[in-house]
Design a protein around this ligand. Sequence first.
Ligand code: AMP
Ligand code: ZN
Length: 115
Amino acid sequence: MDDCIFCKIIQGKIPSEKVYEDNEVLAFKDIQPAAPIHILVIPKKHIENILEVSPKDSDLIVKIFQTINKLAKDLGVEKDGFRIITNCGRDSGQEVMHLHFHLLAGKKMGPKIVS
Ligand code: AMP
Ligand code: ZN
């Protein structure tokens, strides 16, 4: 997608602090961290959000969750825990229309998911 900021990051047209990359998945640091560790895990394929995920993407979605699993261990937060958030659509506040999973860790999270 030409006007998608995350596609531009994948293509290297916009810089990012990458923490993991393979043929299908990219993980990089969020530019405005909401926690000491705030990483975005995205598919390289442009998918808008969960509403656009189809059965054809099942291997890709598993790969994303395997990446989150690996990152949690590599970052050493698997014991203390972490939070995964994916926003979908207007009411969620989704700003970037390219499927992404926020990996938040490094502090004790508040009890509220919705504010
Ligand atoms: P969402 O509100 O779920 O769409 O989240 C989009 C996230 O992308 C926000 O947390 C932004 O801080 C982050 N973001 C936007 N532009 C960049 C960028 N160039 N590099 C890294 N993170 C970004
Ligand atoms: Zn995109």
